[in-house]
Design a protein around this ligand. Structure first.
Ligand code: PMP
Length: 761
């Protein structure tokens, strides 16, 4: 203090001032100086380093330019006794300067109002407008991780973030930044911006912004970053953040009109700033483990990131554009869109809902449509670890840029993935064939069974579905007995669906399983005992999420094997931890199949599927005929498959399926007390079914109600589907990152919808 007093006297002629230390970020030591005359200043002292003099000089020039716009809103450099704004001391080791003190309360500490938010917009626009024609090479040369244009530098801190869930959020938004913002960066207008208009730097008087302090982050960056940064901090803790943001945008735009391309990036820039903030908090926490302030200050940013992912970027961008007087993006109306589709695409490919949804983007358990709605996805199990999971996307991107070829060459990805995948199976399942769809996998599984057993007949289960190839349809009663189906082919045996809810045997303590197995075995005995394979799903999905009763597979497998056949488990729907308790569905039945069919979740939406078999079965297939799939097991698919396995492990998604799935099932079951139309709640983990009936005794299906629920859910932005032979079962099979809040939303919505269902229907 004494030293500072002396310096103040020597360089500024100030005596008898009172000094107060001011905590600040950045590299300077700061004091508030209050002179005997009542004038206030901020004194700053810096360690000299290369380029600092030029930078501070540049900052001072910017501040002087701003002084012409408004006298009391910005810190103004104060001349020393030699008439200079910067003084060197201690043989050039230190630099000192003084700025005027800007009065006001911090934005962080005052009540927020619409007027105040408009004033933030106006203030920033005026500041930016004044600096539009200002440039200094020392500012232009700065490289700061906090400069939003360089935010991807903060990726290096992701590893310090505490939970895999939080890491993936940050990774996701940085990925969106690199895909959406970076390519546009060269086209954005740049200027010198403050770059840190946070709520501890903006000052308020009489419900208006009166000033801004701390130009320590001043950079030459895209202009829109100024507003993006200010919005990021101003909206923290707000339940309707985009509405608040729009007040700022509207007012800003009235003074300095924003460009369409700037507004179209705003959603991602705000997300990127949140990510920069939490990345730095994570890193600083490691550096200063005892600093509780970091934990408190990072919480609102994390809460906003969680919220941001559930806000549709389409909706937010439309709002931002409208508030700046621009039109929202217009998509084709549904009718024209459909007409265009049917011009090129066969009507045998159906579209869900009478008013189909036009999807534009998706993130984890959320899907965003063209109208700006965010749908909670409780239906799609293909994006197993979540839509557009950054780890999976980046694994694919990277490998696609390096090498994509086929299994006729050696490459590590094939062996690496095969090793990791097979490690998930019990012996003797130790060989894998990679293909590109569940259908191709089912088809190949049947071919393996043929070459291994030399029999021709296949036993499949009523209402089961296994694929769209010729063989696929032949082994899928769901198809050959459904609309347009031609009945069973001569080589097909159809075992009755072992349904303990609707079928003849209901006692699921082992008795029903045994009795249903007997029915299948009787069929087998009658057929002449030359069945090559029995194929069955562990929970029959298209049949209406029907779980196999206890002991069923044990009984059937034994009989099939005794007459020389093999057993196939179709895990396309149920595999990869979805059922919660076990990684594979067959494990629920305590059996080990000879062949396993894999698909859907395996590549998180990338076309990746496989057949896993025993060595013995695989060897029978080595009969001289080459098996070749152009794409099966290519390096890109393998890299993606590996990433999916890693994410399941890292994010403990099987555990989540068990815990959140059980919670959901339990809460749904509790609704049965109040709603007699819920006939059954069944399934495991994240593979559940709700069966609606008109009467719990007669089990008369309530198809209309199931359709009503599905459609009302859609209106209220939740995706589910209906299925089963009577189309009266709601299927729930969300991405595995579906959380308890999501589950609660679904439960609340179901209750609401059931309450509104008209009684006379
Ligand atoms: N098996 C089951 C159990 C399925 O549900 C499906 C697809 N619905 C398939 C096989 C076929 O998979 P894909 O659509 O990838 O060909």
């Amino acid at each position: 203090m004494k030293k500072v007093m002396e310096l103040l006297k020597e360089h500024f002629g100030i005596e008898n001032a009172t000094l107060k230390k001011v905590e600040g970020y950045g590299k300077s030591i700061n004091f508030q100086v209050c002179t005997a005359q009542g004038e206030k200043f901020v004194y700053k002292q810096y360690q000299t380093e290369s380029g600092l003099y030029e930078l501070l000089d540049a900052e001072n020039q910017a501040l002087q330019k701003l002084l012409h716009q408004s006298t009391n809103s910005y810190p103004t450099p104060v001349r020393n006794l030699k008439g200079k704004f910067l003084s060197t001391i201690e043989n050039g080791k230190q630099l000192i300067r003084m700025l005027t003190f800007v009065e006001g309360e911090f934005l962080a500490e005052v009540k927020h109002s619409t007027d105040l938010f408009q004033s933030i917009g106006r203030f920033l626009a005026q500041m930016n407008k004044t600096l539009l024609d200002f440039y200094h090479p020392a500012i232009g040369a700065r490289q700061l991780d906090w400069d939003l244009q360089h935010c991807l530098n903060n990726r290096k801190y992701i590893k310090y973030i505490g939970t895999p869930h939080q890491r993936k959020l940050v990774d996701y938004f940085f990925l969106q930044f690199s895909e959406i913002v970076l390519p546009e960066m060269p086209n954005l207008r740049r200027c010198v911006i403050h770059s840190d208009a946070n709520d501890w730097n903006l000052l308020v008087r009489d419900d208006k912004i009166s000033g801004i302090i701390d130009f320590g982050d001043i950079v030459y960056s895209p202009l829109i970053n100024e507003l993006a940064i200010a919005i990021t901090y101003a909206i923290l803790g707000k339940s309707k953040p985009t509405e608040w943001a729009c007040h700022m945008i509207k007012a800003y735009n009235e003074i300095l009109p924003l460009e369409k391309k700037e507004l179209e990036l705003l959603y991602y820039l705000i997300a990127a700033r949140l990510c920069t903030s939490v990345c730095n908090s994570a890193y600083n926490k490691i550096q200063n483990p005892d600093n509780k302030y970091i934990i408190v200050s990072e919480r609102p940013a994390w809460e906003m990131l969680e919220k941001w992912i559930s806000i549709s970027p389409i909706q937010a961008t439309n709002e931002f554009k409208r508030s700046a007087g621009l039109k929202a993006k217009v998509y084709l109306d549904t009718e024209t869109d459909l007409k265009r589709r049917w011009r090129y695409i066969s009507k045998s490919l159906s579209v869900s809902y009478s008013q189909p949804i036009k999807m534009v983007k998706a993130a984890f358990q959320y899907m965003y449509d063209a109208s700006g709605k965010t749908y909670l996805d409780a239906r799609n199990n293909i994006p197993h670890v979540g839509h557009c999971h950054p780890k999976v996307v980046q694994a694919g991107q990277r490998q696609m840029a390096l090498l994509n070829t086929n299994t006729r060459y050696l490459y590590d990805q094939l062996n690496d993935y095969a090793e990791q995948l097979l490690a998930k199976f019990p012996e003797p399942l130790n060989k894998v064939f990679f293909v590109n769809s569940g259908s191709a996998a089912s088809d190949l599984a049947i071919r393996l069974a043929y070459t291994h057993t030399r029999y021709q007949k296949i036993m499949a289960v009523e209402h089961g579905y296994h694929g769209n190839t010729k063989i696929g349809i032949d082994i899928s009663p769901y198809k050959f007995e459904g609309k347009g189906g031609e009945g069973p082919a001569s080589y097909i045996l159809k075992a009755p669906i072992p349904d303990t809810y609707r079928g003849p045997y209901k006692n699921n303590d082992g008795e029903a399983g045994k009795l249903y197995a007997h029915e299948a075995i009787n069929l087998l005995n009658k057929s002449g005992k030359d069945v090559a394979a029995f194929i069955c799903e562990p929970v029959i999905g298209c049949g209406g999420q029907v779980p196999l009763p206890k002991g069923y597979l044990k009984g059937v497998y034994r009989a099939i094997r005794a007459q020389g056949g093999v057993c196939i488990s179709d895990e396309v729907q149920t595999g990869f931890g979805r059922l919660g308790e076990h990684f594979w569905g067959f494990q629920m039945q305590g059996v080990v199949p000879d062949i396993v069919v894999l698909g859907k979740p395996m590549g998180n939406g990338h076309p990746l599927a496989a057949v896993v078999s025993t060595d013995e079965v695989a060897r029978s297939f080595e009969n001289g005929m080459e098996f070749f799939s152009s794409y099966g097991g290519n390096p890109v698919s393998c890299a993606i498959g590996l990433a999916v396995l890693e994410v399941i492990e890292e994010e403990e998604l099987q555990k989540n399926a068990l815990e959140t799935g059980s919670y959901l099932k339990q809460k749904l079951s509790a609704l049965m007390k109040s709603y007699p139309e819920i006939g059954d709640i069944r399934g495991f983990g994240f593979f559940l079914g709700i069966e609606f009936v008109k009467d719990r005794d007669t089990l008369e299906p309530h198809t209309k109600l199931a359709g009503y629920v599905k459609n009302r859910f859609k209106e209220n932005e939740i995706l589910v589907d209906t299925d089963g032979p009577h189309e009266n079962v709601i299927k729930i099979k969300p991405p595995m990152c579906f959380n308890k809040r999501n589950a609660q939303q679904l439960i609340d919505e179901l209750e609401k919808v059931l309450n509104t269902y008209p009684n006379n229907n």
